[in-house]
Design a protein around this ligand. Structure first.
Ligand code: IPD
Ligand code: CA
Ligand code: CA
Length: 267
């Protein structure tokens, strides 16, 4: 598998940030038992990881823009065509609770299109990469989305709203419809990993509402480069703007979108 120079820069940044997160994750596990808990410590770990990534990426391409979850505001590059979209720690709640399912997510956007993607889980050493037109990979292995054709055989990932976030009633209707049609529903807690799992054929599909661009930019390319289909819940292509996403192979993407969007029953 040959990686472009740009993808190598992204991979190096993700691995460097991942090492920092891994060290801090060890400390978080110790802090679980303290009364104050690891909250502040995790915010620092998150900021530290973002700084590592920003420094690496901007050192390699100083003119590119940078949109990162932890930045106060977007850095507009002098090169109007390119922008990095970064979540230094996706799955913060898992990280905070000592659950080893979190990731670093880095995407490269060129003229409004995602052309490079890295999602890295340092706790499992799983590195997902994709370049537009070059396929998607888990470490050195080429990825392909699962080929199941009917929802009744499928395991579907989703996001679940929680205290202070999302439309709980609407989600419960979506879940009620989906769980009645599928073999299993999963909630990983890192949207970037959910999408990587679809690319890897572990999940047959995934949907979530209320995501931010950094949660899904890299994952979208992973799924597409693994042969999958991705849209927002209305079938549009601008997921980063509309903040909803549904994906799977050609058949499951369509079937899942229909079930998720089924109207609320009147009684
Ligand atoms: C969150 C995760 C989670 C999703 C949330 C995101 P964070 O990102 O991706 O899976 O359900 O909507 O905010 O806060 O852990 O970076
Ligand atoms: Ca996130
Ligand atoms: Ca985050």
């Amino acid at each position: 598998m040959a990686r472009s120079a740009l993808l190598n820069v992204m991979v190096q940044a993700a691995i460097k940030a991942g090492k920092s997160l891994s060290r801090d994750f060890g400390e978080v596990q110790n802090l679980q038992v303290s009364v104050k808990g690891p909250g502040d410590f995790v915010s620092q770990a998150d900021l530290k990881a973002q700084k590592i990534i920003r420094d690496e990426l901007l050192k390699a391409r100083p003119t590119y823009g940078f949109l990162g979850e932890e930045a106060d505001e977007e850095i507009k590059g002098t090169d109007g065509a390119h922008r990095w979209i970064v979540d230094p720690l996706d799955g913060t709640t898992n990280f905070l609770h000592g659950i080893p399912m979190f990731s670093v997510s880095i995407a490269l956007e060129r003229n409004g299109e995602i052309v490079g993607a890295v999602v890295f889980n340092p706790a499992t050493d799983e590195l997902y990469t994709a370049e537009r037109g070059g396929g998607a990979f888990l470490n050195d292995r080429r990825l392909r989305v699962a080929s199941r054709r009917v929802l009744s055989d499928c395991v579907i990932g989703c996001g679940v709203p929680h205290l202070g976030r999302g439309n709980h009633g609407k989600f419960l209707v979506e879940l009620r419809h989906v769980m009645g049609e599928v073999a299993g529903v999963r909630r990983v807690g890192s949207a970037a990993l959910d999408l990587a799992y679809v690319a890897a054929g572990r999940f047959d599909g995934f949907w979530e509402v209320g995501l931010s661009p950094w949660d899904m930019a890299a994952g979208i390319l992973l799924v597409r480069e693994a042969g999958g289909f991705v849209s927002d819940l209305d079938g549009g292509n601008d997921m980063l703007a509309t903040s909803s996403i549904v994906c799977g192979n050609e058949h499951i993407h369509k079937a899942l979108a229909e079930v998720v969007k089924r109207p609320i029953p009147t009684k």
